[in-house]
Design a protein around this ligand. Structure first.
Ligand code: DQQ
Length: 471
């Protein structure tokens, strides 16, 4: 589809542009949508406002990749130009059926722009034969009203196939209690959908949220996992500190009875910038997740340059030690251009000299068994801009501190003998993976000069340090 070039902001300064993460060509990006594999390409769509650097009438931006790391920007797939989605093509997902790519998305309707909170939402389908051109069904919407006990919040369909049936889960809110829940629908053909019921719901607003956005329901290593983005969970001292969360529950779901025995909601990523994550099943069976690497109501310094928003690295999900692990897909190794660090080091304080600290893959690997120290800190410092990663051995805690307001984020690790810290930096982002993805922090970080990278421990610690320059 064609955009009106005259109305589109231009990128005026490359200073914060990322080198290997997906970001909009210009304009605004939020949630990942329609993450799928079709005719030899990974496709990733996203919530896109081409006519401003802030959220606005939502389009579906579109990119594709052969390898999950080199992305080609394509023309937007959807614009809010039909009766079924007049105020926005909100989040949704994709699935391949009979060699055709089906997009299922939410049509947003605001009858009176002066009252943006008085809206209604429907579910719609668009189809493509080539992965480039998309046709909305003339019969849209495919789901025109929410269940009778639902509020107006009814969006973000995530479609999947199970035992020869199509299903989708939807983000929603119970009308009476104003609490979040995930709904289940079933279809034989992706067009005619039958409401099944509630997969699971918030029992309390303060601990589970008033609305669940972007649910994603899938099976991994014997677990039925529901990843969702709850709004309204109250922060505790060290958890749920972002405005909105992305969390998950794990358990066993029965598609006949809709009985879901699951444990508590857990945060999926502990960083300041992570939301609306979506997964896909790769052809080789890996479950891969991408999230929006930003947060609502955060500052977006890149807005001054004509764009806003980015995606995380694609991460492979695994289920280990009764929790989800996330770790960058193996394809990310292709980004290495040169090894810049490779040494065994023991000491308490040093600067890591690397040619380009903002495009770096860094790994610190230490055996903690005989170490009497308590604390290890890695710091990126550029003037006032500082991002610090600290491991506290006594309580097995990771703390990320980003200078500025609301600085700290926390994650608890299992007691173990080794510490393996892996970090990817990309111009204005830092992603931190502890112990192969047991704890993850996604951070936007905007140094305006090249940061100094330093390592500090309270007592000498032997570690292996490796680093690669990334393209
Ligand atoms: N963003 C979309 C909605 C979704 C929200 C609109 C989550 O579909 O619920 O841009 O960030």
């Amino acid at each position: 589809m064609e955009l009106d070039q005259h109305r589109m902001p231009k990128v005026t300064n490359p200073r914060f542009r990322l080198h290997y993460h997906l970001m909009p060509p210009q304009g605004w990006m939020n949630d990942p949508n329609g993450f799928t594999y079709f005719q030899g390409y990974y496709h990733l769509f996203y919530q896109y406002h081409p006519y401003g650097v802030e959220w606005g009438p939502m389009h579906w931006g579109h990119a594709r990749s052969r390898d999950l790391v080199h992305w080609e920007t394509l023309p937007p797939a959807l614009a809010p130009d039909s009766e079924a989605d007049e105020s926005g093509c909100f989040s949704g997902s994709a699935i391949v059926k009979d060699d055709r790519l089906f997009l299922i998305y939410t049509g947003h309707h605001v009858p009176d722009e002066t009252h943006p909170d008085d809206f209604w939402q429907t579910q719609n389908v668009a189809v493509s034969d080539d992965g480039l051109h998309f046709y909305k069904l003339a019969t849209n919407p495919v789901i025109s009203t929410p269940p009778t006990d639902n509020s107006q919040h009814f969006r973000d369909p995530k479609v999947f196939e199970r035992d020869g049936q199509y299903y989708l889960t939807l983000g929603s809110q119970t009308a009476a209690t104003k609490t979040g829940r995930a709904l289940l629908y079933r279809s034989a053909n992706l067009i005619d959908w039958e409401y099944q019921g509630v997969i699971t719901e918030a029992t309390e607003r303060s601990t589970a949220g008033f609305m669940w956005e972007c649910p994603d329901f899938f099976r991994l290593n014997g677990q039925d996992l529901l990843v969702l983005s709850p709004q309204g969970i109250e922060a505790t001292a060290k958890q749920n500190l972002n405005l909105y969360q992305t969390s998950y529950v794990a358990g066993q779901f029965d598609f006949q009875t809709l009985n879901y025995r699951h444990d508590e909601l857990q945060e999926l990523d502990h960083g300041h910038d992570f939301y609306a994550a979506q997964t896909m099943l790769a052809p080789d069976g890996r479950r891969i997740l991408i999230g929006w690497m930003d947060m609502w109501e955060a500052e977006f310094p890149e807005q001054a340059d004509g764009w806003a928003g980015a995606m995380t690295l694609p991460r492979e999900l695994t289920w280990r030690h009764e929790q989800l692990y996330m770790f960058p897909v193996a394809e990310v190794r292709q980004l290495r251009t040169k090894q810049v660090l490779n040494e065994n080091w023991q000491g308490t304080n040093r600067e890591l000299q690397v040619p380009d600290p903002q495009h770096l893959e860094l790994r610190l690997h230490a055996n903690l068994t005989d170490w009497q120290g308590q604390q290890l800190t890695l710091r990126f410092q550029a003037g006032e801009q500082q991002l610090q990663v600290t491991y506290h051995k006594d309580d097995h805690e990771m703390v990320v501190t980003r200078a500025g307001r609301d600085a700290q984020r926390f994650a608890q690790l299992r007691p173990q003998e080794e510490l393996d810290l892996q970090i990817w930096t990309d111009t204005s982002s830092v992603e931190i993976f502890a112990n192969q993805g047991e704890a993850v922090f996604s951070e936007r970080f905007y140094p305006t000069t090249s940061p100094q990278v330093t390592l500090q421990t309270d007592l000498p610690l032997a570690m292996q340090i490796t680093g690669y320059n990334l393209y």
